[in-house]
Structures are given as structure tokens and as C-alpha cells.
Design a protein around this ligand. Structure first.
Ligand code: FHN
Length: 440
């Protein structure tokens, strides 16, 4: 089918910027805005829903929401400390909400007055963050919500000519903001779009195509997620011919693909995940705070994504005073300590073709050296794992990362057993698997 605004390529991008993004594997997502101040509580009541949805769920009058800007004093904000958290986590990139659904902007935008520049400190926190992260070698990507609850021209649906006119103005406004972001922060490495699911956006696939074109023209190498895109017929992410739009699939949100579904590995993709069950912005209530993931759950998800050629973007919700939540900092530290020992099996790694999903964890393969790793995230109660190699291979060596050579026992051609011993405090074990062709 002839599409004007469909996918721009049939195969994954292979340029240096894309390979860099693909090799990162671990990213830090940050949701920060006015919603961090009430942090899920309004008029003394916990609202058991994502904190960034509070204005909608608690039906907060617009004026009162906007008045929060006066309390956004950044009393404890330090971009350097945030960037240190990313380093501790072992993140290779960071994606930050420049504007979420409430329309508040973290940079002093010339196209609205609802921005950080009009808060008591007047600081350009986005600029500070870009500088702090990049100084540590961490790439910065911008999240931008196309959906905007505050803008008078935003429409969910287009019912009549007046809606069409208003929404055309809105799209023009959003385009200008995106041009502004590209111009003010030209070192940004990627754009992560959200809030594109409404009928109004789907009816304007041309605009999503134009945004991608504009960004790529102004920022060579920039990487754009599939969630931005709709085609001529309103198909999202994947066009009406079945081809991925944007540079990587970004539909996995608080869920991962089935670990045995190798079809996923044919495309670049990224999954994003909250630390509490379901809030992206900081939520102070027990609804969120009693559901924080364990660091080894996070490690499992990182390995899971890597094993299918995807990136994992772990979300942090800093608090209203600008400080990172201590529990999240602690999780970052533990995951990062694991990655410091075992990152060889994650960074620059991907799907290990020919190696079946083992059940006790994941196989990953270094994309440049071809080395295969076994990441044991779910050690069986027996304390033993069975390593089944692709037919025709035999195991010639096993190295436990962070330790050294490790014993194993042959059971049959290409089938081996590894005795793990007791549980490890250092988290999931990783073995580098050395093979050679079976001699018969
Ligand atoms: O509604 C948002 C939500 O607040 C959060 O930003 C997530 C992140 O992927 N995206 C939307 C829901 O899909």
C-alpha cells in the first residue's frame, strides 16, 4: 500500500548513533514536574493512582494546579546528584520529561508561560541536567507529551471545523516547542514521545512524520521512539504495511515481551518500567511505597530485555524539593553494583541466536565479540541448572563473572549441568559460556 507518512525504512538503522543507543541497554527515565509536590496526596487524602495524573483524578481546579509553581522552589535540587544516581545505576542514557500531560515545561519555553523559568528559582533545570549528565558521559533524551491538558487548543477528538482549526494551532505550538528544544539543547540524543493515542493525533499522521523529519534534519543521528508516529490511516507505532515507524518500538510499558518470543528481537525496542507498581511521578503514599521492586527484580528485567535485543528504561520520580527518593537511590546503587561486576553480559549485548530460552534466566550475546552469557536470575530449588547448548556445540569453559573458572558436568551431547551451591548475596550469577564445535 502506498503510504505518504508510513515507515521510512524496512530494516533497523545501523548508523553509529543508533548502534550507540542499542548498546546502552540500561537507561534512567525521570518523571519530574509539579505533580512531585502533592506526590499523590490531595487535601489530606491519598489518591491511589499515578501521581502525575493527580490533577485529573482528584479534579484539581486548574488555577490551584498552576499555583503549585510558586512552591516549586528547588530547595534540594542538584543536577549533579541526579547524574550521580544514574552513574551508580550503571545507566548509559537518561530520558527526562520536558513536558508531561499537565503542560508544565522544565525549560523556559518562549511559547508558554507555564514553565520552570516562572517558578521562584527561575532556573533552567533541563539545561543543568543536560550539562551534568553529559559531563559523566551519559546521553540525554527528551520525553515530550503531545497530549496537553492545559493548552486551550488541545483536542482529544476533532468533531467540527472549529476543532480542526484549534488543533492545527496546537500542532503548530507543539512543533515550535520541539524546534525550540532542538535549538536550545543541540546535544540531545533522542526524543521520546508520549500522549499520542488520541483520535486527534491519529488523524494527523502527517504531523508526526513531519516532527520526525524536522528533528532528524536539525539533529543528525537523533533517535526517535515509535510512539510518536501515526501513518496516513492512523495506524500507530507500526504502519499499515507492518513496518516500524520511528527508530525503535516503545510500546512495552510496565510489561515485557514473553521471554521466549524471539520475533521481538528482529526490531530495536525499549521497555520502560516504574519502581513502584504504577506511578511514574513520585507518590508518597503506601499504595506506591509498599510496592517498590526489589533490585534483583530489576536485574531480571534488564537481562530479560537484553536477551531479546531491547533496552530497559527504569523510571525515577524525584521528590517535590528536587531530591531523589532515598529508596530509589538505594535500588540504583544495588543494581549498579551488580552491573559493575556483570555488565559484560548486558552492555553491547543482545539476542543469542540459536540458544533456546532456558527458563532459569536468560542467554545474552555480545554483539561484537559473539561471546555468550548465561544470566541465572531464577535459580531452581535443586541448586542446579541445565545448560543446553545449540546442537553441535560443546562446552569447553565456564567463567563465573566476578570470580573465575567454574566446574560443570556433561550429561549428553550439548547438554551440561552446573551446580550453583547456595543463594548468592551478590544477586543473579552470570557465566561466560565458552563453546567449540562438537568433535565426532
Ligand atoms: O500517561 C503516561 C504516564 O504518565 C507515563 O508518562 C508513561 C510513561 O511511559 N506514559 C503514559 C502512559 O502510557
Amino acid at each position: 500500500m502506498e503510504l505518504k507518512y508510513g515507515a521510512s525504512r524496512e530494516k533497523p538503522r545501523e548508523d553509529a548513533a543508533m548502534q550507540r543507543f542499542r548498546g546502552h541497554r540500561v537507561g534512567q527515565f525521570i518523571h519530574w514536574g509539579l505533580y512531585a509536590l502533592p506526590a499523590g496526596r490531595w487535601e489530606g487524602k491519598d489518591v491511589e493512582f499515578a501521581a502525575e495524573f493527580l490533577p485529573r483524578v482528584a479534579k484539581v481546579p486548574q488555577q490551584r494546579w498552576e499555583a503549585l509553581a510558586n512552591d516549586f522552589t528547588l530547595a534540594d535540587f542538584d543536577a549533579e546528584r541526579w547524574a550521580d544516581t544514574a552513574v551508580a545505576l550503571g545507566a548509559r542514557y537518561m530520558t527526562i520529561t520536558t513536558k508531561h500531560h499537565d503542560g508544565f515545561c522544565l525549560w523556559p519555553s518562549a511559547h508558554t508561560d507555564f514553565h520552570m523559568g516562572n517558578t521562584p528559582s527561575g532556573r533552567d533545570v533541563l539545561g543543568e541536567l543536560v550539562a551534568a549528565y553529559e559531563a559523566r558521559g551519559i546521553d540525554v533524551n527528551f520525553y515530550y507529551s503531545v497530549l496537553d491538558w492545559r493548552h486551550p487548543d488541545w483536542r482529544f477528538t476533532l468533531e467540527n471545523d472549529a476543532d480542526n482549526l484549534a488543533f492545527a494551532r496546537y500542532l503548530d505550538f507543539a512543533m515550535k516547542q520541539l524546534e525550540e528544544l532542538a535549538e536550545r539543547y543541540p546535544s540531545v540524543k533522542g526524543f521520546w514521545f508520549d500522549g499520542t493515542w488520541d483520535e486527534s493525533v491519529k488523524a494527523n499522521g502527517w504531523w508526526t512524520w513531519e516532527v520526525e523529519r524536522m528533528l532528524k534534519e536539525r539533529l543528525p543521528g537523533v533517535v526517535v521512539n515509535s510512539r510518536l508516529r501515526a501513518d496516513d490511516l492512523g495506524a500507530r507505532h507500526v504502519d499499515s504495511n507492518g513496518l516500524l515507524m520511528g527508530d525503535y518500538e516503545s510500546g512495552y510499558e510496565r510489561r515485557l515481551p514473553e521471554p521466549w518470543d524471539r520475533s521481538v528481537a528482529a526490531r530495536d525496542w525499549e521497555a520502560c518500567m516504574t519502581i513502584p507498581q504504577a506511578s511514574w511521578g513520585y507518590h508518597q503514599g503506601p499504595w506506591a511505597q509498599s510496592t517498590l521492586k526489589h533490585p534483583w527484580d530489576v536485574v531480571d528485567m534488564i537481562a530479560h530485555c537484553t536477551s531479546l535485543g531491547g533496552n530497559f528504561l527504569l523510571n525515577f520520580g524525584p521528590r517535590g524539593d528536587g531530591s531523589m527518593a532515598p529508596a530509589e537511590v538505594e535500588i540504583a546503587r544495588t543494581v549498579g553494583e551488580w552491573l559493575a561486576v556483570n555488565g559484560e553480559a548486558i552492555y553491547g549485548c543482545g539476542y543469542a541466536e540459536g540458544w533456546d530460552y532456558p527458563g532459569w534466566g536468560y542467554f545474552t550475546r555480545d554483539s561484537s565479540t559473539g561471546k555468550v552469557f548465561a544470566v541465572v536470575t531464577r535459580a531452581p530449588a535443586s541448586g542446579r541448572i541445565r545448560l543446553e547448548l545449540p546442537t553441535g556445540l560443546e562446552l569447553v569453559g565456564l567463567r563465573l563473572l566476578g570470580s573465575g573458572e567454574y566446574p560443570f558436568k556433561g550429561l549428553a551431547d550439548s547438554v551440561f549441568e552446573v551446580e550453583l551451591g547456595g543463594a548468592s548475596n551478590a544477586g543473579p550469577r552470570v557465566f561466560a559460556v565458552e563453546t567449540s564445535a562438537l568433535a565426532h
